[in-house]
Design a protein around this ligand. Structure first.
Ligand code: ZN
Ligand code: ZN
Length: 383
């Protein structure tokens, strides 16, 4: 969940009905960015897999064929416009030389030259799969529990985001990373089962429970990143209780990146400045109270372009990779060969710092204390 929260609706609508349900299915749009025009599903272990009305013994192949979907179930062929797949356990989905493991139901239909695949599954299963992708590298069970509660809460807060496309959430970092069940381990299962149905609320509503890898010592106020203030619980805090910063032992707590002027200018030409301009320097860097770059000027031989820190971070991430500029908490310097970024932390810095949460857990704080450290004036509630 590092890259994009740019599409957060200004007004959060929330269905109170959710509070009366202990468990429910989420619809996740999967693999939409993979441009799949053929895939194979197969049951794993003792799973019963039913496609339409037919049970699948070994595998079923799906192909885009003219206006239809061509389905080959253990050698029997049929053509459909759309079809449902039911399962009572794990099954595999193979596509483009990759394989992922899913649970629940799939609804498959044509979507231009590829498929629209919607995976419906129990929210608790979804949280396990997302936690396996989003909490990699965390060791403390209490920190994983805190992160699991944030994942569940975020899923509920964001569940109207893709409603117009026919599902609740996508499987990318735009919502939360959902890559199936391959990496789900015992620790994650325990963290999810022990916190079943628990979410974080503010004013009785689920919060936008954002989290990121490493805050660099100070988290960021949401309003200073995204320009609107509907999330009073996402306030900049020092990531410590006492002297030592919780995330100071974490990877990317401090980082330095040198980008050659040539490479930097080619990045600028592809994203911000035009071909006939020459990049001269960066100046007028403004910082937020949380110590992140609010905006700065890119000065060329023709003009000054003001850009926000978060837009710059996303552009660099897309063009030079997410390891180049790891956060917007940086200072910038230049010599005659390089642009040098001196930075703190990894990710947008809003909400829970995963490296800090992990250290808090190691130091004996429990998941409730971890949640209250990173999200202000919130309550925990069971749905
Ligand atoms: Zn999404
Ligand atoms: Zn931190």
């Amino acid at each position: 969940m590092l890259k994009s929260f740019l599409n957060i609706p200004l007004k959060i609508s929330f269905v109170f009905l959710i509070f009366t349900l202990s468990s429910f299915d989420l619809k996740i749009g999967i693999l939409d960015n993979k441009h799949i025009n053929r895939f194979t599903v197969s049951p794993i272990n003792n799973t019963t897999l039913i496609i339409g009305t037919e049970a699948v013994k070994s595998s079923a192949k799906f192909n885009i064929y003219r206006d239809d979907i061509k389905i080959d179930i253990d050698g029997r062929i049929k053509f459909e416009k759309q079809i449902k797949i039911l399962s009572d356990g794990l099954f595999s989905l193979k596509f483009n030389n990759s394989e992922r493991y899913y649970k629940g139901k799939l609804s498959v239909q044509r979507h231009g030259k590829s498929f629209l695949i919607i995976n419906s599954l129990d929210i608790e299963d979804y949280v396990k799969a997302v936690a396996s992708a989003e909490t990699e590298g965390m060791d403390s069970i209490e920190a994983i529990k805190a992160n699991v509660i944030a994942i569940r809460t975020y899923a509920i807060a964001a569940m109207n985001r893709h409603i117009d496309e026919g599902y609740n959430l996508c499987d990318l970092t735009h919502c939360q990373l959902y890559i199936g069940f391959e990496k789900v381990n015992d620790k994650i299962i325990r963290a999810v089962d022990d916190t079943r149905g628990m979410i974080i609320t503010y004013n009785n509503k689920p919060i936008w429970a954002m989290y990121h890898s490493n805050c660099g010592g100070r988290t960021e106020t949401a309003a200073d990143v995204w320009d609107y203030d509907t999330m009073p619980y996402l306030k900049s805090i020092d990531d410590r209780i006492g002297k030592k910063f919780f995330c100071s032992g974490g990877w990317a707590y401090r980082w330095k990146t040198r980008i050659s002027l040539k490479k930097f200018e080619s990045f600028l030409r592809n994203s911000i400045i035009s071909k006939n301009e020459k990049f001269l320097k960066i100046d007028n860097v403004n910082y937020t109270e949380g110590g992140r770059v609010k905006n700065f000027n890119i000065v060329t031989d023709k003009r000054k372009i003001n850009i926000s820190g978060i837009d710059f971070y996303h552009l660099v991430g897309r063009y030079l990779g997410w390891m180049a500029i790891k956060s917007t908490a940086f200072s910038v310097d230049m010599d005659n060969k390089y642009v040098i970024f001196d930075g703190k932390g990894y990710g947008h810095g809003v909400g829970m710092c995963q490296a800090g949460a992990d250290e808090m857990g190691e130091l004996g704080y429990n998941y409730k204390e971890i949640i209250r450290h990173y999200y202000k004036d919130v309550k925990l509630k069971k749905i």
